[in-house]
Design a protein around this ligand. Structure first.
Ligand SMILES: C[S@@+](CC[C@H](N)C(=O)[O-])C[C@H]1O[C@@H](n2cnc3c(N)ncnc32)[C@H](O)[C@@H]1O
Length: 272
């Protein structure tokens, strides 16, 4: 796994802290059919990465992040309210700045939250440190692509041997918060679709979801940073026939123990 910082959008349901717990990609391409903030792909950013999502604003923001230069990011003003940005700042950059006004939102915000104003974790919010990290990150994703496509219409044949990281809105109440939420998902269909994908398939859910034989993975906050949010029991289904624990053992053999600890993701040391 690269030491690359795994967040460019502080998205509700993002998996930044949990990324080290998932199996590593075994293919040279990662496809995320429910991309969100694509925290899994960001940990392996040098691979070919293809993102799909149905949230138009989010896909437009990804396309901006893919094309924008580091110097353009560094030129974005340090404001505490999006409306204080000059008119010359494009819409996508306003969404980016707005998302970093808060932590773990499903959509861009307008003004810096009280935690951001308190300044205790400056890299978690729009400011000089986060802006510098973003400038580094956008330089690493120039070869990525992002598409506004629902998973049923995704051109699977274009990805004949990929690592599929499938992280849909969850079946339970956690999946109801998104602009594109779980209400239109047929989980029986989605389960069959996941089983049919070619290559390595990793599917995320909460423990208790019943549309695939999920195994408990970890208790994790995922991308949520707000006090009062309870940790959820994260679960995993993978097409890899080895049991989850075996995969972790294999990962442990080939990695340093610090890298594997879910609590020592690089982001945490930076106040994520
Ligand atoms: C749990 S989030 C993904 C989180 C992501 N793994 C991350 O690290 O940020 C689920 C995403 O699925 C998207 N989505 C919802 N319905 C979809 C559909 N039918 N096809 C593709 N994406 C969809 C939502 O817009 C949302 O961004």
């Amino acid at each position: 796994m690269s030491a690359f910082h795994p967040r460019v959008i502080p998205y509700f349901g993002g998996k930044a802290r949990l990324v080290p717990r998932y199996p590593r990609p075994t293919r040279s391409e990662i496809v995320e059919p429910f991309a969100g903030s694509a925290t899994y792909s960001l940990a392996y950013a040098d691979l070919k990465v293809t993102l799909y999502d149905t949230y138009p604003l989010l896909v437009a923001l990804w396309r901006y992040l893919i094309r924008v230069s580091p110097s353009e990011i560094l030129s974005l003003p340090l404001v505490q309210h999006v409306d204080d940005l000059p008119e010359s700042v494009c819409e996508e950059a306003r969404w980016l700045v707005g998302w970093w006004m808060n932590s773990g939102s499903t959509a861009p915000c307008k003004s810096l939250c009280s935690w951001g104003k308190a300044g205790t974790r400056p890299n978690n919010y729009w400011g000089v440190g986060r802006r510098a990290l973003l400038a580094e990150q956008v330089a690493r994703i120039k070869h990525w692509t992002a598409h506004e496509v629902s998973y049923e219409n995704l051109p699977v044949a274009q990805h004949p041997d990929a690592t599929w990281f499938v992280d849909p809105p969850y079946q339970g109440s956690d999946g109801t918060h998104y602009s594109q939420d779980n209400s239109s998902l047929n989980f029986t269909h989605l389960g069959d679709w996941c089983r049919s994908l070619p290559g390595q398939v990793i599917v995320c859910e909460n423990t208790g979801a019943d549309w695939l034989p999920f195994e408990h993975l970890a208790y994790g906050k995922a991308g949520l940073n707000r006090p009062g949010w309870l940790s959820s029991a994260q679960a995993l289904w993978t097409s890899d026939p080895r049991p989850v624990q075996d995969i972790f053992d294999l990962m442990a053999e080939s990695s340093s123990s610090t890298e594997l600890s879910g609590d020592t993701v690089k982001g945490d040391s930076e106040g994520e």
